[in-house]
Structure formats: C-alpha cells, structure tokens
Design a protein around this ligand. Structure first.
Ligand SMILES: Cc1cc2nc3c(=O)[nH]c(=O)nc-3n(C[C@H](O)[C@H](O)[C@H](O)COP(=O)(O)O)c2cc1C
Ligand code: SF4
Length: 486
C-alpha cells in the first residue's frame, strides 16, 4: 500500500517522523536529541589538505535574479549575503552562481564577474564576513567561495522570458522543449576554448578580490554539466570521458597558473534522470498532475546524461561519477559539493518539495525519498573518497527534523558538511540555533512552497515571498499573487 505524503509541519515528535521514514522504507539517519555547543557534530571543524573550515554548516549557492543589469549586486543581494553571514555557517559555497561572461548569464539580473563589478563583489564578501563576525564572535575558519558559471543551454542574458541557449550537443527531449530546430548550431570547440579562458580570467579576479576558492559549477544542466554528458558530441570536448572532462582540466590548469593560492571546488550533479513532465491525464482544475518521465524508450541506450544508467535512464549509475571524483583527486581538488539532476527538467530530484514551481509537476513520490536519494549517493561516494571534503545537498525539505538528520549524517560520517539552500532564505540560523540550544522558530521554517523558483521565472526578484517579511512588506507579494492568478 502506498504511504501518503507526510506533512512534516504537522509532526510534533521525532519518533513519529522516524516511524514515517521506516514506513516509507527509506534510510535517513535521524538523532532524537540535538547536541549543544562546540562538541556538536555540526560544530566540529574540518581540517584537510591545508583547508580549514570552522564548522560543518554550509550555505549552498542560490542564483540571484536581483543584481543590476550590469551584473552588480543590488541592495537585496547584499541583504541576502549578510543573512548568509549571520547563519553561523563557516562554509559559503559560492553564494550564488556568478556568470563569467555577460552572454553566459542565466537571467538578465544574474551577477557577473568583470572589471566593472570587482569593487561591489569585494564589498559583498566583506559584508558577509563582517556580519558573520558580529553574529558569531569570530570569522576564524570561515571559507568563502564564488560559484563560477556559464549557463549553456539555460542562458537568458537579455530578457527573463527569452532563452538564448548555447548548447554542447543535441538533446532529443530538451531541444524539443526549447523548440530548437535540428540544425541549431552547437558551441564550436573554438568557442568552448574561449569560455575556458573566461573562466581563467574570472578565477584570477575572484582570487584578487579575496575569495578563498572558486567553484567550477558542474551541475543542474548548465554548460559544464552538459559537457560531461556530451557522449554524442564530436571533436575535442565530446565522446570519450577524457574529452568530456577536458573543459574541467583546462580550466583547472589555467587557474593553477594564474591564481596559485586559490582553492578550487566543484559542485557536481552526481546523478541524473530523464526529463520529467506533469501527467496530463492526472491534472485537474488547473492543478498539474504528478511528474512522469518523458518517453525515452526509443532513446536506448540513453546517451544524454551524466550518472545515468544508459539502459534504464530513470536510474542512477555512479560509475562515471566515481571516475570524475578520482580525476578531481588527481587534480588536487578537495572541495566537492554533491547535488543531483536539474531544476529545469527534474526538480523533484534536485530540490525535493511539496509544492511544485509553476512550470513543474506535483511530487511523483514522497519528497523524503528525494532527500534520501541524494543522501545515500553522498554516503556511498564519501565512503569511496574519504579524503575529499564533501558537502551534501537537499536537506531543506526535512524542516523541523533538519537538525536531527544533519547531526546524525555528520556523526555517521555520511558527509563532511551539511549544505542548506532554501532554508537559508527563510531561516538561515536554524542549525546554529539548534546547536546553541535555542528553541527552533517554526514560523520561519521553509515549507518548500517553491515561490523562490516560480517568482524569478516570472520576472520577479529573488526571495522567499511567503515567509520573508522583507518581501511581504513590499508590493512584490501582491504582484506575485496577481501573476499566480493569470
Ligand atoms: C532559488 C534557488 C536558486 C538556486 N540557485 C542555485 C545556483 O545558483 N547554483 C547552484 O549550484 N544551485 C542553486 N540552487 C540549488 C540549491 O543550491 C540546492 O541544491 C537546492 O535548493 C536543494 O537544497 P535545499 O533542499 O537545501 O534547498 C538554487 C536553489 C534555489 C531554491
Ligand atoms: S519560497 Fe520560501 S518557503 Fe518556499 S521554497 Fe522558497 S524558501 Fe522555502
């Protein structure tokens, strides 16, 4: 019998939550008591390969849609980074995706790293550090990176509703979604080489601005992630594993030469699945149906993903993920952040949620299954690569029980650092509060309404409209309601 989806907000006792996990048949470790103070597993430092991180709490990168059109931070961006600083997290993984070139932006208000944005980006970092020091008493062990990106297939540099894709290969399902003709041009090898150079320049800038590391983003369907899946591409960047990872290796080589003191990290979609869509047969009165995979039966062996089983692409296959992590070790990269899938074509895999974004679908499974899937992949990979510092993702859906699960996962060595995305928009200090022994403020817990995704896709700035008073007070909340009704 199918177990109904549990509304976590209605559960008072951790034992009831544990019971639900058992009935779902998923393995998510969950402690009953939260340990306080500096001995809490969440507060222990990480020291590895010269890298020092003061605790096990990380802020995940979250793309901003509120920079200026020139790519500088706005007041809202500064506010968000200040709150990241106040979270108590000692690892700031990227802050948000920052484009390495104007044409590689995912939205016209995404931050850009360039000569004219240097001053404000440096200030953004300083604001975060100052706030962190104010909130926690010290910035010792604070490690801050910048996530560098080219959005590839998902470039929208000029208008929020105008896709300007730069693709690495033809994807039979995703090309159709973007209405790309068969002869739509691929990025040439020469164009990819010049993007590699743009990454070099961007990383050197980030280093000079005082960032401790850069993340060469390899996730969520953006360019570098598409390249590792470019099995069907010819030339130097497609086909063999060696060719598909050439982009990474060339970027790393140039960074090492130009910014020798800069650490490098990689955020990777460790596995993927075929694109999902809502089931029209189960949609009713404007409510989207649950997600189902697009037809892929005529595409076997499936050659359009990374970390998928080619014979059954709805299942993960970590063989190449393991190879990729070995390559990172060989390249001397220690900082790894594991995520999965893409928000564009399988959001339930990437960010488990009860409510879908407006262009999504109802959850095809209890979102806790999605949380467990990412946690299990991270556990498995951490076991294989004990020397890599691994950050895990997709914890926000755990809501009240996030501290219990985070503590247990760290205690058991499933992961080195617990990364929070959406929860950082509503209640950045949740894990800090838990380990300080403060009462958890239930009203501030992210309930995965997905408005932080829906709103920007409709042209509104970033933020949590339902729970963050900053947005409630502004007229934007009204505007969002209007848009929802359209
Ligand atoms: C509004 C929003 C923007 C995001 N932007 C990025 C991004 O720029 N880079 C990235 O790697 N992940 C991005 N993500 C994904 C998050 O980092 C994270 O992996 C995801 O939300 C799941 O974690 P959570 O359950 O803690 O939210 C974004 C997520 C949200 C909700
Ligand atoms: S809009 Fe707010 S409550 Fe909803 S998912 Fe985003 S952060 Fe969470």
């Amino acid at each position: 019998m199918e177990v109904p989806i549990l509304r976590i907000g209605s559960v008072k006792a951790v034992t009831r939550f544990q019971e639900h996990l058992r009935s779902l048949g998923v393995t998510i470790p969950c402690d009953r008591e939260i340990e306080r103070g500096t001995n809490s597993p969440l507060r222990l430092p990480i020291r590895s390969g010269g890298i020092k991180i003061g605790n096990r709490i990380a802020v995940q990168p979250m793309e901003g849609w509120d920079g200026t059109s020139e790519g500088n931070p706005s007041e809202s961006t500064v506010r968000r980074w200040r709150r990241f600083g106040a979270s108590g997290a000692k690892l700031i993984w990227g802050g948000e995706a920052v484009a390495i070139a104007p044409e590689g932006r995912a939205n016209p208000n995404q931050l850009l790293i360039a000569h004219h944005t240097e001053k404000d980006l440096a200030q953004l970092r300083t604001t975060l550090v100052d706030e962190h020091r104010r909130a926690t008493g010290s910035d010792d062990g604070l490690l801050i990176g910048l996530q560098l990106t080219h959005s590839g297939r998902y470039c929208r540099p000029n208008k929020h509703d105008r896709a300007e894709p730069r693709i690495a290969f033809h994807h039979p399902i995703l090309d159709r979604r973007l209405r790309l003709p068969e002869d739509f041009p691929l990025l040439t090898d020469a164009e990819i080489e010049s993007i590699v150079e743009q990454f070099h320049v961007a990383a050197v800038r980030a280093w000079k601005l005082g960032f401790d590391f850069v993340d060469i983003k390899h996730c969520h369907g953006y360019l570098a992630h598409e390249l590792v899946a470019a099995h069907t591409r010819g030339g130097s960047y497609g086909g063999s594993f060696e060719n598909r990872t050439r982009f990474l290796r060339q970027i790393v080589e140039g960074i090492r030469a130009g910014a020798p003191g800069l650490y490098i990290g990689v955020r990777l979609s460790a596995f993927d699945t075929v694109p999902f869509r809502h089931d029209p047969e189960r949609s009713s009165s404007g409510k989207l149906g649950p997600g189902i995979p697009e037809h892929y039966e005529n595409l076997i062996p499936y050659r359009y993903g990374f970390g998928v089983n080619p014979l059954n692409p709805t299942q993960a296959d970590l063989t190449e993920t393991i190879r990729f992590l070995s390559l990172l070790e060989d390249l001397g990269i220690r900082l790894v952040n594991l995520t999965a899938g893409s928000p564009y074509y399988n959001p339930h895999i990437q960010r488990p949620a009860l409510y879908p974004p407006s262009d999504g679908y109802q959850p095809p499974e209890d979102p806790l299954i999605g949380v467990a899937r990412q946690m299990e992949a991270t556990r498995f990979l951490k076991q294989k690569f004990p020397k890599l510092i691994m950050v895990g993702s997709a914890y926000s859906y755990l809501q009240e029980f996030l501290p219990h699960v985070a503590q247990a996962a760290l205690r058991l060595g499933w992961v080195d650092s617990v990364g929070l995305g959406r929860m950082m928009l509503t209640y950045p200090e949740i894990l800090w509060d838990a380990t300080e022994g403060h009462v958890i403020q239930r009203k501030r817990i992210c309930r995965t309404f997905s408005d932080c995704t829906t709103a920007p896709r409709k042209g509104l700035p970033s933020g949590c409209y339902p729970l963050d008073s900053y947005y409630k007070e502004s007229e934007l909340a009204e505007r969002l309601t209007e848009l929802k009704m359209q």
